[in-house]
Design a binder for this molecule. Structure first.
Ligand SMILES: [Zn+2]
Length: 118
C-alpha cells in the first residue's frame, strides 16, 4: 500500500501542492476530482482524504512532505540495526533475527537466511 501511495504521489504536480495558512500545513489538489483539495499537516501526519484521515500515509501527505522537505511522523525511519531488529521481533516474534544480523545488511544480501531458534 505504501508503494502504491508513493507511485500515486509522483503523479501530483508540484504546483498542486501549496503551503497553507498554518505552519506545517499544505493544500493539495485532488488528482481525481477537479476543484477538490485536501488539507495536509506534515507535522502531525494527517490528511483530510479518507486514507489520511484514518492515520495512514496517503499520496497527498507524501507530495506535501516532498515539497516541504520533511519526514512524515507516521512513517518511522528505520535505520539502525536495533530498530530493524525491533521491527523483525514485531513481525516474527522471538524467532526473528538479532541486531547483529542487521548490522551489515545491504540491499540484496541475506536471502534464505535461517531464523534464530528455528
Ligand atoms: Zn490524503
Amino acid at each position: 500500500m505504501f508503494r502504491q501511495a508513493v507511485s500515486k504521489a509522483q503523479c501530483i504536480e508540484d504546483d498542486s501542492v501549496v503551503a497553507g495558512t498554518v505552519a506545517g500545513q499544505f493544500v493539495v489538489s485532488s488528482t481525481v476530482t477537479s476543484g477538490r483539495t485536501y488539507i495536509v499537516d506534515v507535522q502531525r501526519g494527517f490528511c483530510e482524504c479518507y486514507v489520511g484521515a484514518s492515520g495512514a500515509c496517503c499520496k497527498h501527505q507524501l507530495a506535501a512532505a516532498d515539497k516541504a522537505g520533511v519526514v512524515l511522523p507516521n512513517i518511522p525511519i528505520v535505520s539502525t540495526p536495533q530498530q530493524k531488529a525491533a521491527l523483525c521481533f514485531l513481525a516474527l516474534g522471538p524467532n526473528g533475527l538479532g541486531a547483529s544480523f542487521f548490522g551489515t545488511m545491504k540491499a540484496g544480501q541475506h536471502r534464505n537466511v535461517k531464523l534464530i531458534n528455528s
